[in-house]
Design a protein around this ligand. Structure first.
Ligand SMILES: Nc1nc2c(ncn2[C@@H]2O[C@H](COP(=O)(O)OP(=O)(O)OP(=O)(O)O)[C@@H](O)[C@H]2O)c(=O)[nH]1
Length: 312
């Protein structure tokens, strides 16, 4: 419970740098009492767009606010903020679906981790491995990013330090072969959770997207109900480009979950609303920094509150 509170506090401080673009100075704009005027609503709309919420989610929120105004449910600043939060939650609640790494059958729960270069895949895998290990599960990693020697080393070093086995082949090896060996090895060793890293690729590189399809196919061949999770790691600071990335990856390998990282940087937290509205894929985790405790389960209620909170 105390850890949850700690994360929420940091989320609020780091999201939009503790100075929410949505609520900053809004109180000055609002009349002391009475409902918001058109100018105020337009300002909120502009701020939603500036916070990367995207056109269609912004439209949905504004329609909701106008509807509240019509039925006289926006009579003061508190009601306006509460209304805004409720409209945000209406978009985020449907993608609040935590990942439980267990499945019906035998063998490991297999998580295939995909994403563009530098989105934070390898770091996220390390953080997840630690989380699952701390929960008492046995974990194995597969260094499927065979393009970058440094990526393999990064995972191996991490595995050694944390006493987690890592399956790796030489640089340049077939990443589908790594995935194949890893699933077999994790099954025979009775591992609970297998996390498979993949090479970063641009969603526009069709050859590499084909390779990713192959990795997934090979996993399924070894273990018919796997992968149990296809997790896309998205860099939250890439704004609307994140949507385009997610669409392409979804088309290639059917995503089952998202981890949105770097929400502490220049990212505008609103990107989660755009992603939720456009894709409807569950947001499993959010990252707000480089250390292990900076990755946590996505909770719609906390996130919505942090997003419009003007306190730090
Ligand atoms: N500020 C911040 N940095 C992060 C977060 N998550 C990851 N990073 C940093 O982002 C950088 C890239 O992370 P990696 O995990 O190496 O990214 P990757 O997707 O594996 O990259 P490739 O191996 O090139 O595909 C590293 O410096 C991480 O420390 C986060 O939530 N916040």
């Amino acid at each position: 419970m105390s850890e949850k509170k700690g994360f929420f506090q940091r989320l609020r401080e780091r999201l939009n740098k503790g100075d929410s673009v949505l609520t900053r100075d809004l109180s000055e704009l609002l009349p002391g009492s009475g409902p918001p005027d058109e100018e105020t609503l337009e300002e909120i709309e502009t701020r939603l767009l500036m916070a990367d919420v995207g056109v269609s989610a912004t439209q949905q929120i504004m329609d909701g606010l106008h509807e509240r105004l019509d039925r006289k449910a926006l009579s003061d600043r508190e009601q306006l903020l509460a209304g805004l939060e409720a409209e945000i939650r209406a978009i985020l609640d449907p993608v609040d679906a935590p990942l439980e790494p267990v499945h019906e059958g035998d063998g490991p729960f297999v998580i295939l981790v995909v994403g563009v270069n530098g989105s934070g895949k390898t770091t996220t895998i390390g953080k997840l491995a630690r989380r699952y290990r701390d929960e008492g599960r046995s974990v194995m990693l597969a260094a499927g990013d065979t393009f970058r020697a440094a990526a393999v080393e990064q995972l191996q070093t991490w595995g050694e330090r944390n006493d987690v086995p890592v399956i790796a082949h030489a640089t340049g090896a077939d990443s589908a072969a790594v995935a194949h060996d890893a699933v077999q090895s994790a099954s025979s060793r009775g591992v609970d959770v297998l996390l498979i890293d993949t090479a970063g690729r641009l969603h526009t590189q069709s050859g590499l997207m084909d390779e990713l399809r192959k990795v997934k196919r090979v996993i399924t061949r070894v273990m018919p109900d796997a992968p149990h999770e296809v997790l896309l790691v998205l860099d939250g600071s890439t704004g609307q480009n994140a949507i385009a990335q997610a669409r392409e990856f979804n088309q290639a390998v059917t995503l089952t979950g998202l981890a949105v990282t770097k929400l502490d940087g220049s990212a505008k937290g609103g990107v989660l609303l755009a992603v939720a509205r456009e894709l409807g894929v569950p947001v499993r985790f959010i990252g707000i920094g480089e250390s292990a405790e900076d990755l946590d389960v996505f909770r719609s209620e906390d996130f919505s509150r942090a997003l419009i909170s003007s306190e730090s």
